[in-house]
Design a protein around this ligand. Structure first.
Ligand SMILES: [Zn+2]
Ligand SMILES: [Zn+2]
Ligand SMILES: [Zn+2]
Length: 55
């Protein structure tokens, strides 16, 4: 089974859904962007339309 499944970003406030192949992996979790993967350490959002996550 190698279907492309989409997973939700592991950032709790993030509503983004990404393909695992394009996700940013951090500590075994998949994130939609570097900002999410790093816990929004610098206060930046993921820059995806409709998502207001900033950690
Ligand atoms: Zn997001
Ligand atoms: Zn995210
Ligand atoms: Zn996020």
């Amino acid at each position: 089974m190698s279907e492309v499944d989409f997973v939700k970003c592991a950032c709790p406030d993030c509503v983004c859904v990404i393909a695992p192949a394009k996700a940013v992996e951090q500590d075994g979790s998949l994130y939609c962007a570097d900002a999410c993967a790093h816990g929004h350490a610098n206060g930046a959002g993921c820059d995806h339309v409709g998502c207001g996550c900033q950690g």
